[in-house]
Design a protein. Structure first.
Length: 178
């Protein structure tokens, strides 16, 4: 996949790149390293704690997480799998840089396991709970074409209908401009 990091910018719901299944990363090369740098910049500029490649406009299976929103804590997850390790849920308010203006309760598993490859090509597995588990499930959703706009329940959709409508109108305007 050709990646022009200069063109990478935050994508907003309902952009197409956020709605499709992302493709596996075939090789960890310079373009992937540059993409991760760019994604880190975008995430920190927007004060996020996680960002998936489709949110930078690139449909690849890769995301980053930094739970304290610092550059030092950024971790990279390439071709990750995230699976629940409990059947217990909780429902906590979430936001998403790609769904600006909406904070809404989302049901997630309390615990999960992530297996992924890091930027050096090493595979790792971790057990997660709390905010970390929530963040991993949120970012993994992005690789499967799902956002909090799709996950929120019907009451939340009604509560946030104005902002959802505004995002759809902005998207239409941007598509026309391109
Ligand atoms: Ni998000």
């Amino acid at each position: 996949m050709q990646i022009d990091v200069e063109k990478c910018k935050i994508t907003h719901y309902p952009a197409e790149v956020l709605a499709g299944r992302a493709q596996p990363v075939k090789e960890i090369d310079d373009s992937i390293r540059k993409l991760v740098e760019k994604m880190t910049d975008i995430m920190l500029e927007n004060k996020g704690i996680g960002l998936a490649a489709p949110q930078a406009g690139i449909p690849l299976r890769l995301f980053i997480v930094s739970l304290d929103a610092t550059r030092e804590s950024v971790r990279v997850y390439i071709n990750p799998t995230v699976t629940a390790t409990t059947r217990e849920f909780d429902s906590v308010e979430e936001g998403c840089l790609s769904v600006p203006g909406i904070y809404t309760k989302i049901r997630r598993y309390k615990k999960c396991r992530v297996t992924a490859t890091d930027l050096d090509g090493n595979e790792f597995t971790e057990e997660a709970e709390g905010l970390y588990a929530r963040c991993l499930q949120h970012e993994y959703d992005h690789l499967e074409g799902m956002t909090i706009a799709g996950r929120m329940n019907s009451a939340a959709k009604i509560a946030h209908r104005k902002q959802l409508k505004k995002l759809k109108e902005n998207h239409k305007r941007n598509v026309k401009r391109e």
